[in-house]
Design a protein around this ligand. Structure first.
Ligand code: PGA
Length: 253
């Protein structure tokens, strides 16, 4: 059984004080959520404060990006050991905003994921097609290429530690969620590719859906066989809304 994983991607939002205020409201709301993994990814400057506020809770800290380099003349970058130093257990790599706005490539994503695994930090590797690619019927080709490139060279025996986030670019921040059927079709395709790449390990890997996940659509998405979690942007900025997403099973009961 794959343990559900619900992750907040705060993107470029929240100062330290705002982040701490979120955690103060959020933790009591999720204190009995013991059958899922919960992850929060603040901006770099709030990592330390959020990490301290999360201490003793089951909620894990994540970064939104990392350098593949361990140290050196790389102005503006942050290395894996620095993320470990502030308590990060996960890191998002290859988010579509990084790919489109900052030119990140599959090779670069694979190098970052390898550096994270070497330090026992779980990479959350993002893939997803644009609207143009979907309309040109290229979705599955794009996913295949991104997966092959972004997972290249990663050790086979570490598969279960890697999280994949399928985020159709046309659904991110647009209010347009993929229907559960469309999402499941992509997730099932990704699962097959993971099995090809990692063998049985591919079955243990968690695949999150991302793109306008909200309290009122998370339950049907999570009911799909190959959707094991959610990577949540907008709705994760509000403690009440993100706690409802963490408690997606309540709506099902
Ligand atoms: P959204 O963002 O939930 O605001 O669509 C998701 C993401 O980009 O990770």
């Amino acid at each position: 059984m794959r343990r559900p994983i619900l992750a907040a991607n705060w993107k470029l939002h929240k100062t330290r004080a705002q982040a701490r205020a979120f955690v103060d409201s959020f933790l009591p709301l999720v204190k009995d959520a013991d059958s899922v993994d919960v992850v929060i990814a603040p901006v770099f400057t709030a990592l330390d404060a959020v990490g301290q506020a999360l201490e003793g809770s089951r909620v894990a800290l994540a970064a939104q990006n990392v350098s593949a380099e361990p140290s050196g003349a790389f102005t503006g970058e942050v290395a894996v050991n620095m993320l470990v130093d502030v308590g990060c257990r996960y890191t998002i790599v290859g988010h579509s905003e990084r790919r489109t706005l900052y030119g990140e490539t599959d090779d670069g994503v694979a190098a970052k994921a390898a550096a994270l695994l070497a330090a026992d930090v779980h990479p959350i590797v993002c893939v997803g097609e644009t609207l143009e690619e979907r309309e040109a019927n290229r979705t599955l080709d794009v996913l295949k290429t991104q997966l092959e490139g972004s997972l290249a060279g990663l050790p086979d025996d570490r598969a279960a530690e890697i999280v994949i986030a399928y985020e159709p670019v046309w659904a991110i921040g647009t209010g347009k969620t993929a229907t559960p059927e469309i999402a499941q079709e992509a997730h099932a395709f990704i699962r097959e590719r993971l099995r090809e790449r990692f063998g049985a390990g591919g079955d243990a890997m968690r695949i999150q859906y991302g793109g306008s996940v909200k309290p009122d659509n998370v339950t049907v998405l999570m009911a799909q066989p190959d959707i094991d979690g959610a990577l949540v942007g907008g709705a994760s900025l509000d403690p009440e809304a993100f706690s409802q997403i963490v408690h997606f099973e309540r709506a099902r009961a």
